[in-house]
Design a protein around this ligand. Structure first.
Ligand code: ADP
Ligand code: ZN
Length: 737
C-alpha cells in the first residue's frame, strides 16, 4: 500500500497546489449518474488504477477512468483514500464493463462490482509463517517437548498443526513452546501457487481432434478475436481438444478461463485439468471460501500462466492477460444469471473476447439454437467432431409409449424398461434412471377434499422429502412437517403424496431389484463436493449397479460400465411450454442418453413418454439432429422469437398486490408504440406469488434490427415506482417462471 493509513484532511491541505482531480467508476450497484464521481489525489494516476474512495460513510473500490472533465470545485471533492497494490485494469476491460451494462441495462457500477467483489481481495495475501525448532532436542526435556523438537529442529518450517500431528502432541503445546522461545517463526516455503505445465500430459488426438486443436491453437497464438463453436457428439473428446487451446495460452505466459455450468464443477473435472497440466486449476464458484477466493483473485490479477476453472461469475474477474475463454456446455441454462445484473455468461464472454481480442470457444454436443445460427451465418467458426473418441459408439435410443404399456399402479417404471434393466444387470453392467425431480413426491393432496399442500410464500406445491420427513418449497426453502390433518377439510390421515421424485423411484428400484446396489444423486442426497466424489468413485469402480439421479447426473460424467439409461418421464420438460422447452428437452435428453455406452459396450437409452409422436422425441430416435434444428428454427422464425427476433421481459414484484397492479398499470399507460415492437402484458407471472411477493410481467418482442435496449430506456427512464415495487429487466430472458 502506498498509503496504508488513509489521508487525513490536513494531509489534503498539505498537497497544496499539486492536487489533481480524477474520475472514478465506483464498484457499487448504488444508482447515481453514470456510476462515476470525481475525487482528488496528490499524484498523477494512470487510467485503470484501482483506488479506494469514500462514498458517504463507506469505503468503496473503484477504477480511475479519466481526468475530471469541465469545471470542478476542488474544495468540495473528497480525496482518494488508498491505492491498493494491484496492477491497473486494462482500459479494454473497462470498455467491456460499460458494454455489459449497456446491454443488460444494469449500472456500470453493478457490473464493476462483479469484477472487484470485495475490498479484502485488494489487500495482499498475509505472509504465511510456520515454526521451526529453535534448539536441538535434549534428553533432560519432557518427552513431549523433545518429540516436538525432534520433528521440527533443522526441518523446513511447518504449521503448528502439522508439527503437532507429526510429534503426536497437542497444537497448544507447540504454541506454548513458541512462547517459551523453544520454537521460532519462519516464512512457509510452499507459499507460491505452482504454475501449470502446458506439456505435462495429453492424449494422442485422432485426426478430427487434431485438426480442431490446430485451428484453436493458431487462433490463440494469433491473439485475435476468433469465436469458435466446438460442436462434437457426447464423448467425442472435446475436452481434450480445448485443453490444447488452453495449453497454447499457457505457453505464451497467458491465462486461460474454462467456464462450466456450476453443476459440472465436479472433482472429476478438476482432476482432469490436473492430469493434463500437472497442477490443479484455480477455482472460482459459489462454494469457495473467502480465503481461497482471496488467493485465487490475487493470482488471477497478478498474471502469469494460470488455468482458471469457474462458474459464470468467473468471467468477470480482472484477468491480467487472458489468452482464451472456453465455455463448456455452452447451451446450459445455468449460464443465465437471473438476479442483480441479469446476464448470459456466454453472450457476455463473446463480448469480452471481442473487446479484448481473445479467442473464445463455445463447446457443446447440443449447441443452443443461437450458437447454431451464429455458426450457420458465419459469425462463429464451427469445428465438428463426429465420432466418439476411442472405441465407444453413440447409444441407440428407444421410446416406450406409456399409454400402451403403462407402469403398474403405484409404479413408475414401465414393463419394457423393467425388462431392459433386468437384462443389463444380468450382464453385469450398470443402469442409470433419470428423473428430473428432487425429493419423494412433487405434490401432496388430501384424499377427501383434493386440496394440495402449497407454500405460504409462493404459488407452488410443497415437495415431500421422505429422507427428512418434511415438505419443502423448492423456490423459497419454506419447510413444514408432513401434515397429519388436512388444513382445509380437517380430515385425519388422508394426506397422500402423489407422483414420483427420485426418492420414490429409489423405493421402487429396491422393491424390484432387492439384490442390486443403488445410489441416488440429487442435490439433497449428495453431501457437497466430497460426498459427490466418493459416490462417483463407487460408480466408476462398479460398486453401484443402479444410479438414480436428477439433472445432476446428466452431464460431464464418464462411467465406462454404464450401458442402459432409462428416462422415467421424457415429457417432463415440455410441460412448462416456455420458449425453449423443446430445445432444452432435446439437449437434456441427448446429454442423458450420452451417458450410456461410453466404454467398450454399446449403450441403449430408453425414454418413457405418453406422447411419442412429438418432433423432439421422433428426431431423437432417428438421430436426426438436423431435422430437429430445422423444425425448431422454423417455429422460432414464424413467431419472430430469438434468435430471429429480440425479446425482453420486465418483471414487477411487490409484497402488496395493489402495489404491483398500480405499477403494471403505470407502465402499460406509458408503453411506447413503435413499428416492429410488440408489448405483451401485464400478466401475472407463471409463479404469480414468489417468496412473499406478487409478480406481474411484460414481454417485449421486437424485430432483430430494433435496438430493444433503447426502447426500454426510453420507456422506463422517466418512470418512478413506489418504494415497495421492484422492477427487474431481463434482456433475452431464458427463464419465465
Ligand atoms: P467430450 O468432452 O466430447 O464429452 P471427453 O473429452 O470427455 O469428451 O472424452 C471422452 C473420453 O474419451 C474420455 O475418457 C477421454 O479421456 C477419451 N478420449 C478423448 N480423446 C481421446 C483420444 N484421442 N484417444 C483416446 N481417448 C480419448
Ligand atoms: Zn415457497
Amino acid at each position: 500500500m502506498i498509503n496504508p493509513s488513509g489521508i487525513s484532511s490536513s494531509g489534503v491541505e498539505a498537497w497544496g497546489a499539486a492536487v489533481l482531480v480524477v474520475r472514478v467508476l465506483l464498484a457499487t450497484p448504488l444508482p447515481f449518474a453514470g456510476g462515476e464521481l470525481d475525487y482528488i489525489t496528490p499524484q498523477p494516476v494512470a487510467l485503470g488504477t484501482v483506488v479506494i474512495v469514500p462514498l458517504g460513510q463507506r469505503k468503496i473500490a473503484g477504477v480511475v477512468t479519466g481526468q475530471a472533465a469541465g469545471d470542478v470545485d476542488e474544495a468540495r471533492l473528497k480525496p482518494v483514500l488508498d491505492w491498493p497494490d494491484i496492477p491497473t485494469i486494462d482500459p479494454a476491460q473497462i470498455d467491456w464493463i460499460r458494454k455489459v451494462a449497456a446491454w443488460t441495462l444494469a449500472s456500470p457500477g453493478a457490473v464493476l462490482k462483479m469484477m472487484l467483489p470485495s475490498l479484502r481481495f485488494l489487500e495482499p495475501l498475509p505472509v504465511a509463517t510456520g515454526l521451526v525448532g529453535a534448539m536441538p532436542p535434549d534428553d533432560t526435556m519432557a518427552k513431549k517437548r523433545r518429540a516436538v523438537l525432534e520433528v521440527s529442529f533443522g526441518a523446513d518450517p511447518m504449521t503448528r498443526a502439522d508439527i503437532a500431528r507429526l510429534a503426536g502432541v497437542s497444537p497448544g503445546l507447540v504454541a506454548r513452546m513458541a512462547t517459551d522461545g523453544l520454537m521460532r517463526e519462519e516464512p512457509l516455503n510452499n507459499k507460491g501457487i505452482p504454475r501449470p505445465d502446458p506439456s505435462h500430459g495429453g492424449l494422442t488426438l485422432n485426426p478430427e481432434q487434431a485438426d480442431a486443436a490446430d485451428h484453436l491453437g493458431k487462433a490463440v497464438a494469433g491473439r485475435d478475436y476468433t469465436p469458435f463453436l466446438l460442436d462434437g457428439v457426447t464423448g467425442s473428446g472435446k475436452t481434450e481438444v480445448y485443453f490444447e487451446a488452453v495449453a497454447k495460452a499457457l505457453e505464451d505466459g497467458r491465462q486461460a478461463l474454462v467456464l462450466l455450468p456450476e453443476i459440472a464443477l465436479s472433482p472429476a473435472t478438476v482432476r482432469r485439468v490436473e492430469e493434463r497440466f500437472g497442477v490443479p486449476p484455480l477455482l472460482w464458484h459459489s462454494g469457495l471460501g473467502q480465503k481461497a477466493r482471496h488467493e485465487n483473485f490475487r493470482a488471477i490479477v497478478e498474471g502469469g500462466p494460470r488455468v482458471v476453472v469457474g462458474a459464470r461469475s468467473a468471467l468477470f474477474l480482472p484477468f491480467a492477460d487472458l489468452g482464451v475463454i472456453i465455455i463448456d456446455e455452452e447451451h446450459d441454462p445455468s449460464y443465465k444469471q437471473d438476479d442483480q445484473v441479469v446476464y448470459h455468461a456466454r453472450d457476455m464472454a463473446v463480448m469480452r473476447a471481442a473487446q479484448e481480442k481473445i479467442t473464445v470457444v463455445m463447446v457443446s454436443a447440443t449447441p443452443s439454437l443461437e450458437s447454431e445460427v451464429n455458426a450457420e451465418q458465419g459469425r462463429y467458426q464451427r469445428l465438428g467432431l463426429s465420432q466418439r473418441a476411442g472405441a465407444a459408439s453413440l447409444p441407440e435410443i428407444k421410446l416406450v409409449n406409456t399409454s400402451l404399456t403403462p407402469p403398474e399402479r403405484g409404479s413408475w417404471i414401465a414393463p419394457p424398461l423393467v425388462t431392459a434393466m433386468e437384462q443389463t444387470l444380468a450382464a453385469g453392467q450398470q443402469v442409470m434412471l433419470f428423473l428430473n425431480r428432487r425429493g419423494y413426491a412433487p405434490v401432496t393432496l388430501c384424499r377427501r377434499c383434493g386440496e394440495k399442500v402449497s407454500c405460504p410464500n409462493c404459488s407452488a406445491w410443497l415437495v415431500t422429502h421422505k429422507s427428512s420427513g418434511r415438505l419443502r418449497c423448492h423456490h423459497c426453502g419454506h419447510g413444514t412437517c408432513f401434515p397429519e390433518q388436512c388444513s382445509t377439510c380437517s380430515a385425519e390421515g388422508e394426506m397422500v403424496p402423489c407422483g414420483p421424485g427420485v426418492e420414490r423411484l429409489s423405493e421402487e428400484v429396491s422393491r424390484r431389484f432387492p439384490e442390486a446396489s443403488q445410489a441416488v444423486l440429487s442435490s439433497d442426497t449428495v453431501g457437497g463436493a466430497e460426498g459427490l466424489a466418493s459416490v462417483m468413485d463407487d460408480i466408476r469402480d462398479g460398486r453401484v449397479d443402479i444410479i438414480i439421479g436428477t439433472q445432476m447426473v446428466a452431464k460431464g460424467h464418464h462411467f465406462p460400465g454404464l450401458t442402459l439409461v432409462g428416462v422415467v418421464d421424457a415429457d417432463l420438460g415440455l410441460a412448462g411450454g416456455d420458449l425453449r422447452a423443446a430445445e432444452h428437452t432435446w439437449q437434456l435428453l441427448v446429454q442423458v442418453a450420452g451417458r450410456a455406452g461410453r466404454g467398450q459396450q454399446r449403450g441403449v437409452a430408453v425414454l418413457q413418454t405418453a406422447s411419442p409422436e412429438t418432433t423432439v422425441l421422433q428426431c431423437l430416435v432417428a438421430g436426426d439432429r438436423a431435422g430437429f434444428i430445422a423444425f425448431e428454427k422454423a417455429a422460432r422464425r414464424e413467431s419472430g422469437m430469438p434468435p430471429y427476433g429480440r425479446l425482453a421481459s420486465i418483471l414487477l414484484s411487490s409484497p402488496s398486490l395493489q402495489g404491483v397492479d398500480d405499477a403494471a398499470h403505470l407502465l402499460r399507460r406509458s408503453a411506447p408504440h413503435y413499428e416492429g415492437v410488440t408489448i405483451l402484458g401485464p400478466a401475472p407471472a407463471p409463479i404469480a406469488f414468489l417468496r412473499g411477493r406478487h409478480r406481474q410481467r411484460f414481454i417485449i418482442r421486437t424485430a432483430r434490427e430494433v435496438n430493444i435496449q433503447a426502447v426500454l430506456r426510453e420507456w422506463l427512464g422517466p418512470i418512478r415506482l413506489s418504494a415497495s415495487v421492484r422492477m427487474q429487466i431481463d434482456i433475452d430472458p431464458h427463464h419465465f417462471m
